[in-house]
Design a protein around this ligand. Sequence first.
Ligand SMILES: Nc1ncnc2c1ncn2[C@@H]1O[C@H](COP(=O)(O)OP(=O)(O)OP(=O)(O)O)[C@@H](O)[C@H]1O
Ligand SMILES: [Mg+2]
Length: 564
Amino acid sequence: MTRLVRVGIVGGGKGGSSIYKTLKSIDHVEIAMLCDRSLSAPGMFLAKRDAVPVCSEVEELCALPNLDLIIEATGDADVQRRIAQGKARQTSVMEAEGANLMMHVIEEKEQLSEMKRLKGEMDAILNSVQEAIEFATGDGTIRYVNPSFCRVTGLSAKDRIGQNIFEASPSGALARAMRTHEPIFAHRSRVGGTEVEVVSNASPIVVDGKMEGGVVVFQPLTDIYKLMEQLQASNQVIDDLKTRINQITTSTYSFDDILGSHPEFEKALDLAAKAAKSNSTVLISGESGTGKELFAHAIHGASLRWDKPFVKVNCAAIPETLLESEFFGYEKGAFTGALKTKLGKMELAHSGTIFLDEIGDMNLHLQAKILRVLQDMEFERVGGTQTIRVDVRVVAATNRNLREMVKQGTFREDLFYRLNVVELKLPSLRQHKEDIPAYVHSLIIKFNRKFGKRVNGLTTPAEELLLNYDWPGNVRELQNVIERAMVTVEEDIITHKHLLNFVEAPMHAEGRELPELVSLEEMEKRMIRLALQRFGDSVEGKKKAAQVLNISLATLYNKLKVFS
Ligand SMILES: Nc1ncnc2c1ncn2[C@@H]1O[C@H](COP(=O)(O)OP(=O)(O)OP(=O)(O)O)[C@@H](O)[C@H]1O
Ligand SMILES: [Mg+2]
């Protein structure tokens, strides 16, 4: 440790005070005492504040032990004489003029070291930031690049510094900011003379309205931005998958779920099982509730495409204006409201099966459009130019007589033949009534589980009632009748009483008692109940019920509300 230099100052006026202040800021100087004739001289206040001893007689100061230097700041000859007499031999004396000169040198030195310290700190900061930094002066001369700049761009500081930014990277953010005098954010460009893509923020440095230079900070695109782009791409994929999942139902039923062993029914099962293995188009026809949809699922499930999508389209439910976009999808921006690209049913069904339900309810115009896709298996999305090829197996179903419709000119003949490669006719339940007991048995098991009951069968009269009934709603109606009976049954056996409300003896049965007379209102209720029982409670079932009752769907809903 260097020894402290002990200094005494004589004179607390302007000159003395400024010397005092400079010396005070130097670490290895100890101000031993300040002396002034007047205790109210400015320097005296400073000394008192700093707890530096003060005195009014020069002799007192001179008598201090181990004093190295006395600075004389009064310029008074008498004072100078008294110092010369009073001071110890080894104590030097310096007059104000010399002291001021020295103070000046010291101050400059201090400032210099302060600047050195600041520069050291700045260097440490600029060297440690991960972002690349480049600075150019007002005329574009590159004056500084930090180490990250060299790391990111692969350029050396030696080569870069001294070049002109307007030549080296004319389209970069720094050149732009300096040309336009405006800051630039998130600018994507390539660093001049390299293949490195970067994202930059640049600012001009304007002092008093004059362009003094500019600074740019950038990051290579590789890191965070590439990740962001990947993230965006992944989000797009997730969105697409979500839409697909929402629109695809994988087939949920297999041939094992289809009951029935009557020869008439087995014929249909055999043909369906054979057709499943091929890629042929299958047209399933049959009355409502005969299991057309069930067969369509089973065919897909037993085909080689079983693990691929099964996409159902209810042709009767698609308004004409939406048909194209439903089937072929649309490109983002194809029309107002097309905010993102949407895949059509055909594309969703790619490599799997498309199930065209209620194909007989499609108008001729739509039939023509569908025919074209089925023939070519290629199409463009609405608003798109790219041709999309798909590989889709077609299964269609209808409860209408398409042959008859072709004759009448309401169904296109060419479309009929296109669909009718394998013709699967499902028998109505009245054609295989022998299967009813087996159906009822499996339904009782199912509803016992659902309602927590322990029903174990039917009485013989109940079974006879079921066997004598006409079943216009086929298996679906049978399901509904058993379900309702199971709701009301309290014993462990279903009797004909539980069924009577639902199953009317067939109209054409001979020897049938005349029905009791009821009010028209009651009749209406019964008919509506009957129709729902036949077609089911689902929206589709209600639509069919309304159709048969010849009322609108809205009217049906209104009446149901009044009944309940
Ligand atoms: N052979 C069968 N074995 C078991 N359940 C059957 C059978 N046939 C039909 N079902 C059942 O009956 C109900 C109606 O079947 P599905 O929906 O397949 O009929 P659909 O022919 O498509 O009728 P619609 O023409 O009214 O649409 C379903 O719940 C189905 O599971
Ligand atoms: Mg159906």
